[in-house]
Design a protein around this ligand. Structure first.
Ligand code: FAD
Ligand code: SIN
Length: 529
């Protein structure tokens, strides 16, 4: 089936919802999302959204903290424009109905690692759910927005000049692949935490947007910078539950099984050191002691105060038998955020004409080698707005082409797979390999091993793609394979340690290496060919 619209937005997290809502003022918007619309990383965001709105705060201070966290790799122009626009974007969220927590009639600002002062607006500890609720309500009410749930984008469609014309998408219920054509296409598919076996991300975060863009010939940048959040709840039955950094902002201490606080051994800022340092410190403690987790001690706060400030985390911990008012919370690091992604300019344009990218899928240059906490929701808002402004001012960027010659999806000679177990095996293998060889601490040898294995797996997976009819699992397996390979290739190309990328064989930053790692189909680093 063929569907045609002005704007095709792929993804219904904060980036996709806000883009769709804004673009509906310019034309018809089709919003594709792979599961139910609210299922996205945005929905699970806890800490909040950073903006210099406090009386003692300035965008300059926010910029300084962002640049410091980014360890010399941020694009300074992008950082400045994002922090300058932040207060206006937060006001816009309020106007759209987002209810942030307040204290004495003003926003209640939280503190997170790397921020010089309290500047994180939050809605209790369920900020993301509140933002997604408000925006989804808007999009459902927008007459110009049509939401296609349970539709998984498979590939970008390009015409014979290489211009993006939309995407193919698999409908879960029928197994049919539909053709969606659009005058402009927006990737808002989020990150790729599922490339790792342990992650804070929901199941939808398989890097599909990065993989689709890559296959279409777009440029990816800085894929080696994967942020590991230091504190994910450690419990056999708890899948991907984050223990927010805001707990450390309120005085939480990281301790070992005997109750010894260890962060002073690693950094003068202790628990509020940058996230990469805290994650590596925990990793080192786990390797040193052979224990399976460390603990976050919040017992300095009363049960009542914990319930009031962290109601969701408090309840979730209790459900797993941890009363955080009396016992420390078992925690481990987990893959959390991709600083790299599809390379865009300051106006969200990718290197493919009429293909735009907003949110975690994109590499704008804001985060550099390490993202400052709570800058990601902000990035979604700022760039959704810039996309809208660009397309509003420049209609020539989305002309009305003739799509009639575009081919519909052709399954070729593919047959139904009777080997689901093979897909499952490859999924597990990639995710475990990435955790063990391309995780918090890397080395030349581990990266080489990982790449050798991925080259074999990529061949196998491409073969299934041609032989078997598409399923959601096969689409996602293809995506994590592309993303895993890009992370490894980028990590191999960076012959230094910087921010989130730590390589035992090159343990220090090297000035000559202080540049972005840029990958495209036409430019794979020689070391990994
Ligand atoms: P997402 O919100 O992940 O949305 C992606 C969407 O794309 C989903 O709807 C998904 O279904 C859809 N999609 C993906 N592939 C396809 C496909 N092939 N076809 C169709 N649809 C597709 N950041 C902060 O700034 N502050 C925080 O407090 C914070 N807390 C966090 C807590 C957790 C647990 C996590 C996981 C992340 C947190 N982050 C936080 C990071 C932040 O939430 C994300 O970076 C941000 O929400 C990404 O938004 P997005 O719209 O780009 O992507
Ligand atoms: C958290 O609440 O710790 C997550 C904040 C973020 O990832 O920005």
């Amino acid at each position: 089936m063929k569907h045609s619209c002005d704007f095709l937005v792929i993804g219904s997290g904060l980036a996709g919802l806000l883009s769709a809502h804004k673009l509906s003022a310019l034309g018809t918007v089709y919003l594709l999302t792979k599961k139910e619309a609210a299922e996205c990383s945005s929905n699970y965001a806890q800490g909040g959204i950073a903006a210099a709105v406090g009386v003692d705060d300035t965008p300059e201070s926010h910029a300084a903290d962002t640049l410091k966290a980014g360890a010399g790799l941020c694009n300074e122009d992008i950082v400045r424009l994002v922090v300058d626009e932040a207060p206006a974007r937060v006001r816009e969220l309020l106007d759209l109905g987002v209810a942030f927590s307040e204290k004495d009639g003003a926003p209640d600002l939280g503190l997170e690692a790397g921020h010089a002062r309290r500047r994180v607006l939050h809605a209790g500890d369920i900020t993301g759910a509140e933002v997604v609720r408000a925006l989804l309500e808007r999009c459902r009410a927008d007459r110009g927005v049509r939401i296609f749930e349970n539709h998984i984008a498979v590939n970008i469609i390009r015409d014979d000049r290489g211009v993006c014309c939309g995407a193919y998408a698999l409908e879960r219920a029928t197994g049919e692949v539909h053709t969606f054509t659009a005058r402009a296409t927006v990737l808002a598919t989020g990150g790729a935490g599922k490339v790792y076996i342990y992650t804070t991300n929901p199941d939808v975060a398989t890097g599909d947007g990065m993989a689709m863009a890559w296959r279409a010939g777009a440029t990816l940048a800085n894929m080696e910078f994967v942020q590991f959040h230091p504190t994910c709840l450690y419990h056999p039955q708890a899948k991907s539950f984050l223990i927010s950094e805001a707990l450390r902002g309120e005085g939480g201490r990281l301790v070992d099984r005997r109750g010894r606080a260890f962060m002073a051994d690693y950094h003068p800022q202790q628990e509020l050191a940058p996230r990469d340092i805290v994650a590596r410190a925990i990793d080192a403690e786990l390797k040193r002691t052979g224990e399976e987790c460390v603990f976050l001690d919040m017992t300095h706060m009363s049960a009542e105060a914990l319930r009031a400030r962290f109601p969701n985390i408090n309840e979730k911990c209790r459900a797993f038998g941890v009363d955080m008012a009396v016992a420390p919370i078992p925690v481990v690091p987990a893959a959390h955020f991709f600083c790299g992604g599809v390379q865009t300019d300051a106006e969200t344009a990718t290197t493919i004409p009429r293909l735009f990218a907003v949110g975690e899928v994109a590499h704008t240059g804001l985060h550099g080698a390490n993202r400052l906490a709570s800058n990601s929701l902000l990035e979604c808002c700022v760039f959704a707005h810039r996309l809208y402004r660009l397309l509003d001012r420049r209609p020539e960027l989305w002309p009305r082409p003739d799509f009639s010659a575009l081919p519909e999806w052709n399954p070729g000679r593919a047959v139904k797979s009777d080997e689901a177990v093979v897909i499952e095996q490859n999924w597990d293998e990639i995710r475990r390999l990435m955790w063990n060889y391309v995780g918090i601490v890397r080395s030349k040898k581990r990266l080489e091993r990982a790449l050798n294995r991925m080259q074999l797996l990529n061949r196998e997976i491409e073969q299934y793609y041609w032989d078997f009819l598409l399923t959601p699992d096969l689409i996602e397996l293809r995506s994590i394979a592309v993303v895993a390979t890009a992370v490894i290739q980028s990590a191999m190309a960076r012959r230094e340690s910087r921010g989130l990328h730590y390589n035992l064989d090159f343990p220090k930053p090297i000035e000559a290496e202080r540049k972005d790692t840029v990958l495209s189909l036409y430019n794979v680093p020689a070391s990994s060919r």
